[in-house]
Write a protein that binds this ligand. Structure first.
Ligand code: SF4
Length: 443
């Protein structure tokens, strides 16, 4: 029997990645399908879309063209956030046969199987459910060493620039036991690090369980050696998580807390519910509580109310902050987000200039942070080989590269940090001590 070839591409956030892993797993378990790389021609190409910025939209268009170029007879499934928001527009693209929103994308296998030949393009975007949820299948993504673990979806915060509450619905949490079942499965198939993922993970609530309870329960899984929290809103962080992080052997010393702007007027017009002072106090607390914690943030440049002076304020605060890196996003007007109504616009050239300034500052901060580890020994979880060397991450998000002829994939090894090169530390693997019959020998 000729199997139908199917390829997947994920745009956007970690949550989308984890959801592609679920969907991909359902196809992997069905003998009628063969999963192929997105760079190869496929009978069906699935694009899990993102609509958080204009770039997400254009990337999806580029991938549609790519899938068509590789196979002019391809059938394309556009799923996820863009499918939710721009449903009717998307069926106009060549060979798009399915447009499936977030509520139903997990059922893509049965949707495709039940589609009749020559049926016109299907648009499936039912209302997004409101209650807590379970996920009937585990995620599997062989390309990734560190596995994303979805615990939450949706958001109630309605920041004025953001379409997510419309694309993913209101905040809801995954059943606690259902999370643990998947985590155990991921541990059994060899993942050593789990990344707790959601849209607004700090709002996790299921019965009496909070994010802190999820972390503690994951730490009890023997084969899991690292637990990392993905992006989290600082207003939702239980300070017990930080005091726990300071001494836990498993919870990674890494926080990515979106700030967006360090000017209170801009924050207010973004509908962010905090002042810069409150944010900065929290960062101080995290920095002083968890030794060597890595702190990262998101910043938006070019928001309509961001004047030159307000941008300068953000820049100066970031320069003097404890942050070690920033992700910088150029503001783009989104059709269903509230900021669309703000009349001011910042010229593209100004946005590009501001963005470049912050990106350069981020590079400087990251290098300063990395330099502080030169001469120390760090534990690195190796992920992939690039040329002759293997690269991986420390628990506090320092990228380290080391030469090794043997495969280091998915191994945690001690590395002596020797020097800094661009965006990583170069190191040498320490010889591993192994106990045999009561004696210790090196390997
Ligand atoms: S917290 Fe704000 S930016 Fe983040 S998903 Fe919710 S609405 Fe969007």
């Amino acid at each position: 029997m000729k199997r139908t070839t199917i390829s997947f591409y994920t745009l956007g956030c970690r949550l989308n990645q984890s959801e592609t892993a679920f969907i991909q797993h359902s196809f992997a378990m069905d003998d009628a399908y063969q999963i192929v790389d997105f760079r190869k021609p496929a009978d069906i190409a699935v694009i899990n879309t993102c609509t958080v910025t204009q770039k997400g939209d254009t990337d999806a268009r580029r991938l549609i063209h790519k899938a068509n170029r590789l196979n002019p007879d391809v059938s394309i499934a556009l799923i996820g956030c863009q499918a939710e928001i721009q449903k009717n527009l998307l069926t106009n693209f060549q060979n798009v046969r399915w447009v499936v929103g977030n509520a139903k994308k997990i059922d893509l296998l049965s949707i495709i199987k039940n589609t009749r030949l020559n049926e016109p393009p299907l648009v499936i975007t039912p209302q997004i459910p409101t209650g807590n949820f379970t996920i009937p299948i585990t995620g599997i993504d062989e390309k990734r060493t560190r596995a994303n673990l979805k615990i939450q979806d949706g958001c109630n915060f309605f920041c004025s620039f953001c379409e997510i509450p419309y694309a993913r619905g209101r905040a809801r949490s995954r059943d606690f036991q259902n999370i643990l079942e998947e985590a155990k499965y991921l541990a059994e198939i060899g993942h050593k690090e789990l990344i707790i993922t959601g849209i607004n993970v700090g709002t996790y609530r299921q019965n009496n369980h909070s994010l802190f309870d999820v972390i503690l329960a994951l730490e009890d899984i023997k084969k899991i050696e690292r637990i990392r929290i993905s992006s989290i809103e600082f207003t939702t962080i239980d300070k017990r998580i930080l005091t726990h992080m300071a001494q836990s052997p498993k919870l990674c010393r890494h926080l990515h807390v979106p700030l967006q702007s360090a000017d209170d007027q801009v924050l207010k017009s973004m509908n962010r519910k905090y002042t810069y002072k409150a944010f900065d106090d929290f960062i101080d607390f995290a920095y002083n509580t968890v030794k060597n914690i890595c702190l990262g943030t998101d910043l938006i440049v070019g928001f309509p109310t961001e004047t030159d002076i307000r941008f300068q304020k953000t820049y100066n605060h970031m320069k003097n902050s404890h942050f070690h890196y920033f992700h910088v996003f150029s503001y783009s007007r989104r059709n269903v987000a509230k900021s669309k109504k703000l009349s001011q616009t910042i010229p593209i050239s100004v946005i590009q200039k501001r963005s470049l300034l912050l990106r350069k500052l981020s590079t400087v901060k990251r290098k300063e942070y990395y330099s502080s580890f030169i001469g120390t020994t760090q534990k690195v979880l190796f992920e992939q080989k690039k040329g002759e060397s293997w690269t991986g991450l420390t628990d506090n998000y320092v990228r380290v590269s080391a030469n090794c002829k043997r495969s280091l994939r998915n191994q945690i090894r001690e590395v002596q940090c020797v020097s800094l090169e661009n965006d990583k530390i170069l190191g040498t693997i320490k010889r591993q001590l192994r106990k045999t019959h009561g004696k210790t020998r090196t390997k």
